[in-house]
Design a protein around this ligand. Structure first.
Ligand code: SF4
Ligand code: SF4
Length: 294
């Protein structure tokens, strides 16, 4: 099962009927899980973390590998296959070992979700495509189903809804072109932590430094810190501010003012240094010309 598998380059909406069924006993059983390339959403990581009762750091280390969604840009994570192989670590002879919490890409297969946003557009649009891989015999099974019903059958509405904020962050980055500069290293680290390493993000949000800067009401803060799903959604809001400068979380007035002053001071310092450099270069130039004229 590969998320980068050949996609028939024809997109459609949820009303489209496809012919497909996957069932135990089919001759290709588990073929799709024997060669994986599966990107995970933050919601997938949350579900797997709960499934194994594990910390996010440990889960990331044991079961995932990071990758760059764009060169030098924001990161994604994929399922880590078995050592020296391509099969999924969760694959069992009887099927998926994490079935109730299987990732979004596994639920969608053989449908691919294509969220798109045109350059300059504020909203994204979902469309779908069909992935047909030779080994998958499910396409020959005599069952027709609309993509909308297939999504329902696979429990995808909740997954898609919870991952929407994350998808929007990525789409905005991809559709913004050069108008939004490259994210700083710090903001890329924050993106990884808030999207994938929720335990570390919880500690960051609970830190004194965070509450010195951000004005989050106490009851909201409690909700965020007691519920991983709320924390994840808060993370997407936080990242809109970090990556795109949107005012999604109010800053404490006093701290914001101090920051503004620090920034202004920094800019003035940079201007002073540039002016001094220019003046020194001019001095040197006049000195050289003077020496040549003697
Ligand atoms: S998580 Fe489950 S469905 Fe997905 S590739 Fe692994 S075994 Fe297959
Ligand atoms: S029908 Fe397709 S999805 Fe189902 S087990 Fe076979 S290869 Fe996997």
């Amino acid at each position: 099962m590969t998320t980068s598998a050949p996609v028939i380059p024809q997109t459609f909406d949820g009303g489209k009927e496809i012919q497909f069924r996957c069932r135990e006993g089919i001759a290709c059983w588990n073929a799709c899980c024997s060669n994986i390339d599966i990107s995970l959403t933050p919601c997938d990581i949350l579900r797997l973390k709960r499934h194994f009762g594990m910390g996010s750091g440990e889960l990331l280390k044991q079961y995932t590998v990071p990758y760059e969604m764009e060169q030098g840009g924001i990161a994604g994570v994929k399922l880590r296959p078995v050592a020296n192989g391509t099969a999924c670590r969760f694959m069992k002879p009887e099927g998926c070992g994490v079935y109730a919490d299987r990732p979004t890409a596994c639920r969608y297969y053989p449908v691919a979700l294509l969220s798109m946003r045109k350059q300059g557009e504020a909203t994204d649009r979902d469309s779908y495509a069909l992935v047909k891989e030779e080994h998958c015999l499910g396409h020959s099974e005599p069952r027709r189903i609309t993509v909308d019903d297939y999504r329902k059958e696979q429990g995808l509405a909740e997954y898609d809804e919870l991952a929407r904020g994350w998808r929007q962050l990525i789409l905005k980055r991809k559709s913004s072109g050069p108008s939004i500069g490259k994210p700083s290293r710090r903001s890329l680290e924050l993106f990884f932590m808030a999207c994938y390493d929720l335990d570390r993000f919880a500690a960051f949000v609970a830190s004194e430094g965070f509450s010195d800067l951000y004005d989050v009401p106490a009851d909201e803060m409690q909700k965020i810190l007691c519920d991983d799903t709320e924390l994840m959604l808060f993370g997407f809001r936080f990242l809109k501010q970090v990556l795109y400068g949107e005012n999604t979380i109010p800053l404490k007035q006093e701290t914001a003012e101090k920051r503004r002053l620090r920034l202004r001071e920094k800019m003035q310092q940079a201007e002073r240094e540039a002016a001094e450099k220019r003046a020194a270069e001019q001095d040197e130039m006049y000195r050289d010309e003077g020496e040549q004229g003697l």
